[in-house]
Design a protein around this ligand. Structure first.
Ligand SMILES: Cc1ncc(COP(=O)(O)O)c(C=O)c1O
Length: 491
């Protein structure tokens, strides 16, 4: 649209900003300005119309409060919708803070999580440990013990940093100081707190590509510009290049049985990454839900946190992948200064983390029951991993993958002609769900990759679910003009 021709109604005895608002509203009504179209920046509009920037800013704000435009930090102001009639329902759309607004576009983590609750679906979409391995008897016994022995503390108002007993137990296991531990309501809360604490809109964040969808969404919501670092190659020269070019505020990485690729960073790569982080004075967020979930008897290399001599690493841990995500208990380890800062933000968020579970888990750790549970969980997971591997290999249109040595997922590549989003639609029709590759990319790549969780379905469901998946692949390949070949692509 030619904004220079935008005429403000000279007859109206209203402030200029309201006249500009009315003129833009007319253009939106008439369709000259279409939903999705970007308005000129405040500065550019002010220059074109010879108005002050404050006048333009006020007009945009008025339009936004009515839901007609939306501002996105760092991206500009966009036409959102045509104006509504006076008696139209109240426009909440215009009230939601743009920093947190959800636009209903894209395949969200929330939708992924819902798939686990559809009784008609076998869901390989989300990552949870084998439910039948949950130590029910121990959990009941330790809950009763916590209620009898620690009732006021376990049920009352508690420190935001977490119950001292659990901080001590986690610190002992993780070999650090209790003051450096912050208990979280799931490690996702830690990612959110870190984003709020460290990220200003427009900051850059270097993160694994592909990488954890919850981190992508959270850093993006904080206004960060995301810069992907190829997680499968873990090339340190590439990382240095990104640090030099983008000067990011932080590096987020999941170095051990990475989600989704399953890759484990070698000791050397870890050391080199820390050297670079120190040289460029860039904090590292080490997200590590998986290091206890190794499957072939071989624990992974030491964590970045333990290799770090410069206090530069914030380490995230969780009980979601070793006990159950429904417990909503995670933790982070970091410098005392950062623990203090994050605790202050956490207090705004949820005051403190659920108390009873903290006592129960502390006792799991302190009595050695957690170690016993992990031994049997690893055996159960290894059996399921092997079962899914055999089932996947049996299909005619084979998927390319490396069997995971830890974590809970297979990361698979489809024949190049197939699109994992279209396949998902078909697969859901067949009664099976998975996580489509593109949600793990900050830039919507990954259209022919997909992730399958092997641990939280029964053996019978694994066999049946993979059979349905093969049917869906066969049907999609049939439809594909290039006719997907049955040869195995290289991962
Ligand atoms: C890499 C990664 N980080 C964090 C989380 C969040 O876990 P929690 O349940 O502890 O919030 C997940 C969950 O899938 C994950 O895969």
């Amino acid at each position: 649209m030619d904004y220079a021709k935008l005429k403000l109604d000279g007859e109206r005895a209203e402030p200029l900003y309201l006249r500009l608002e009315a003129a833009l509203e007319d253009r939106i009504k008439s369709g000259d300005l279409q939903p999705g179209e970007r308005l000129p920046s405040e500065r550019a509009m002010a220059a074109r119309l010879r108005l002050s920037r404050t006048t333009v800013a006020n007009a945009y704000r008025e339009l936004e409060s009515r839901g007609l435009v939306r501002s996105h930090v760092g991206r500009g102001t966009f036409v959102a919708a045509p104006p509504e009639a006076e008696d139209a329902p109240f426009a909440w759309r215009g009230k939601v803070a743009s920093s947190v607004a959800y636009f209903g576009d894209g395949f969200s983590l929330r939708r992924l999580m819902q798939s686990g609750y559809d009784p008609n679906l076998i869901s390989f979409a989300v990552g949870a440990p084998a439910f039948e391995s949950f130590p029910v008897e121990d959990y009941l016994r330790l809950t009763e013990h916590a209620l009898r022995r620690h009732a006021p503390a376990a049920l009352g108002i508690a420190p935001t940093e977490g119950q001292p007993r659990l901080r001590r137990a986690v610190a002992e296991r993780f070999k650090t100081k209790p003051e450096r531990i912050l208990i979280l309501s799931g490690s996702q809360q830690g990612i959110d707190l870190i984003a709020r604490c460290l990220i200003e809109p427009g900051d850059r964040v270097v993160l694994d590509r592909p990488g954890y969808v919850g981190a992508i969404q959270t850093f993006r919501a904080a206004g960060a510009t995301l810069v992907g670092w190829d997680a499968a190659r873990a090339d340190l020269d590439e990382l240095e290049d990104l640090l030099v070019r983008h000067r990011p505020k932080l590096i987020y990485t999941d170095p051990t049985f990475q989600n989704p690729t399953g890759r484990v960073m070698t000791l050397r790569e870890r050391q080199d990454l820390l050297k670079l982080a120190a040289r460029y004075r860039t904090p590292v967020v080490e997200d590590d839900p998986w290091s206890e979930t190794y499957l072939d008897g071989q624990p992974p290399p030491p964590s970045l946190y333990h290799l770090d001599a410069r206090n530069i690493v914030i380490h995230l841990g969780t009980f979601s992948k070793t006990l159950a995500p429904g417990l909503r208990l995670g933790w982070l380890a970091a410098s005392e200064y950062i623990v203090d800062q994050l605790s202050a933000i956490k207090q705004h968020e949820n005051l403190f983390t659920e108390g009873l579970g903290q006592f129960v888990i502390a006792d799991f750790l302190l009595t050695g029951r957690y170690d016993a549970h992990m031994d049997s969980l690893r055996r159960a997971h290894a059996r399921k991993r092997d079962l899914m591997r055999r089932a996947l290999e049996a299909g005619a249109h084979r998927l390319a993958f490396r069997p995971p040595r830890g974590g809970l997922h297979f990361w698979c590549r489809l024949p190049a002609e197939l699109d994992s989003r279209a396949l998902l639609e078909r697969a859901v029709g067949e009664g099976v769900a998975f996580a489509p590759g593109e949600i793990f990319y900050p830039d919507a790549a990954g259209r022919n990759e997909l992730r399958l969780c092997f641990s939280c379905t029964t053996s019978a469901q694994i066999e049946e679910g993979v059979r349905r998946l093969h049917n869906a692949i066969a049907a999609e390949a049939e439809k594909s003009p290039a006719r997907a070949s049955s040869s195995v692509p290289v991962v």
